[in-house]
Design a protein around this ligand. Structure first.
Ligand code: TRP
Ligand code: SF4
Length: 327
């Protein structure tokens, strides 16, 4: 029996950070043996909000692909590719746009949220409204059964299911309805305690130099109640404590909890423990990234081969879709 298929995607952005690792990549790496896996760098989606400033997209694609490989995605086990290299996504998006009621798109909660959040750009465009439909095309073109995503993307998968249902009712069943596979994302604030985001400058890049990681941890905010060394603190109220929960083992977490609450340890010591734990996870990723940097041409080849594999599946779907629509 063949494995169920997953597809997930990420927009090409500047350097990936720890949030991308714990929120998506680690999970993808784990899933890649259990599923027939497709992972896509969705550069057309980057255009929906950044159409005025496209200069960095190509560089980001290669950079993010190198981070994906460094984090452990394996081109021998997963199909890793760039959306714009598989033109079938655009054809399916166009055909699905014919049967997508505007109201469905206008009601997707991320539409209004993003519109309010991303001020300073004109997002009253056709492409921005259609963002979740393009995502639906990414998924349906591979007839993916499962889509690993964070909570914020669930409404997009729901829309995808509705579109598949509508297509199948109108033209006869062709497109399977995908399920979302919710990624449990642990609480990982930025170094200043706010949400981790590149635009806040509070993120730790996935492939940061160890010395810089150490420096950054030193400046990281802690429980505000620990003003002096002798003041007891609470790791539940401290971003450093949140990181220990993700990156340190149980023994270390017990030491942190006791040491912090009794003022037995100082914050600097606690942060150096965190540095050691963090290095266990990202140290090997950093090393692999250094190695991959020396063979960028191979990475471009991996993406080309990924696109060629993806295109075969996408082309099969399009034959069925065109037949069903008699087009
Ligand atoms: N919208 C997703 C995000 O912002 C990215 C994405 C595009 C995606 N196409 C996809 C995710 C298809 C899963 C499947 O995270
Ligand atoms: Fe945070 Fe650690 Fe300091 Fe406690 S000891 S406040 S957990 S950095």
């Amino acid at each position: 029996m063949s494995k169920p298929r997953i597809l997930s995607g990420m927009r090409p952005t500047g350097r990936l950070h720890l949030g991308h690792l714990v929120g998506a990549l680690e999970n993808w790496v784990r899933l890649q043996d259990e599923y027939d896996s497709f992972f896509c760098i969705v550069d057309w989606h980057a255009l929906t909000t950044n159409y005025e400033n496209t200069g960095d997209i190509r560089a980001s694609i290669l950079d993010n692909a190198m981070d994906w490989l460094a984090a452990g995605l394996d081109p021998n086990r997963s199909t890793i590719f760039v959306q714009s290299q598989v033109k079938e996504h655009a054809e399916l998006h166009l055909l699905l746009s014919m049967i997508t009621p505007l109201g469905w798109l206008e009601r997707v909660p991320t539409y209004k949220e993003q519109m309010n959040e991303l001020t300073g750009r004109d997002l009253h465009t056709y492409g921005f409204l259609g963002y979740p439909l393009l995502q639906g095309a990414d998924i349906l073109i591979y007839r993916a059964n499962v889509v690993p995503v964070g909570e914020d993307q669930v409404s997009h998968i729901e829309l995808t299911r509705e579109i598949a249902r509508r297509f199948n009712n109108l033209y006869g069943a062709v497109l399977p309805e995908p399920q979302s596979l919710l990624t449990k994302v642990p609480k990982l604030p930025g170094t200043d305690g706010r949400k981790m985001s590149k635009s806040y400058g509070n993120a730790i890049a996935l492939t940061e130099k160890p010395e810089i990681v150490k420096q950054t941890l030193k400046t990281m905010v802690t429980d505000p109640a620990r003003i002096r060394r002798q003041d007891p603190g609470n790791p539940e109220l401290c971003p450093v404590g949140d990181y220990h929960k993700i990156f340190s083992d149980e023994k270390r977490n017990t030491e942190v909890d006791q040491g912090c609450r009794s003022a037995g340890i100082g914050c600097i010591e606690c942060k150096m423990w965190l540095f050691d734990s963090l290095q266990k996870t990202i140290g090997p990723i950093y090393e692999r990234r250094q190695e991959i940097e020396t063979r960028k041409g191979d990475v471009a080849d991996i993406l080309d081969q990924g696109a060629a594999k993806a295109r075969i599946v996408a082309a099969e779907t399009m034959v069925q879709v065109r037949d069903a629509m008699k087009i």
